[in-house]
Design a protein around this ligand. Structure first.
Ligand code: B12
Length: 135
């Protein structure tokens, strides 16, 4: 059994990690949530340090830093989590074609969802509240 090491991260969060993990967590990204289409509009960004992990884990870290990043999601077989709402703003695709698009800045639609996308160092990831048919 690999021993556990207690690690205090720069944001004060304390985690138990296996020594074999990338405990340095040296990668950094910028995470932006943007709603330009519905009142109250908002745009917030956070700089986050991370290890190799799917983006949904980084969304959890963001919530721990700032409640504006709170989200809700639905788990689908094989595809993982679909993000329904962020910061209290919910997409109603079937009603008015609104949904949260998952982008790499400035405007590249990511080909997979938050459970499958492993961000790279220096990424700028955007959740943009969108009104459009399909993707
Ligand atoms: C319609 C559709 C959408 C609609 C769904 C809304 C709706 N109520 O219809 C909208 C436009 C919102 C959408 C969004 C996204 N989608 Co889409 N979508 C589809 C599509 C074309 C059909 C799904 C469908 O209706 N199936 C039939 C119904 C009966 O089955 P179902 O299981 O109930 O379908 C649901 C899920 O598929 C879910 N859903 C749709 N997209 C996604 C994506 C993810 C990651 C998850 C977990 C669930 C999910 O919504 C459907 C309706 O409830 C599929 C391609 C395909 N042909 O399957 C892509 C597809 C599932 N989507 C895909 C992607 C990548 C996305 C996005 C991540 C794109 C982005 N970068 O923003 C976003 C999700 C972002 C988020 N908020 O989490 C990929 C998933 C690939 C993968 N392995 O992860 C697919 C396979 C298309 C592709 N080949 O690239 N999508």
């Amino acid at each position: 059994m690999i021993p556990l090491k207690r690690i205090a991260q720069d944001d004060g969060e304390v985690q138990m990690n296996r020594l074999t993990d990338d405990t340095a967590c040296k990668r950094r990204l910028t995470y932006t949530i943007r709603n330009n289409i519905q009142e109250p509009t908002f745009e917030y960004s956070l700089a986050i340090r991370f290890c190799r992990q799917p983006f949904i884990r980084i969304m959890e870290k963001a919530v721990n830093k700032n409640r504006s990043f709170m989200f809700s999601a639905t788990y689908f077989p094989k595809l993982g989590y679909f993000i329904d709402a962020i910061n209290g703003v919910r997409g109603f695709y079937n009603v008015n074609k609104t949904w949260w698009a998952f982008l790499k800045a400035p405007d590249t639609m990511l080909p997979v969802g938050v459970s499958s996308y492993y961000p790279a160092d220096g990424d700028h990831i955007i959740f943009n509240f969108t009104q459009s048919s399909g993707h």
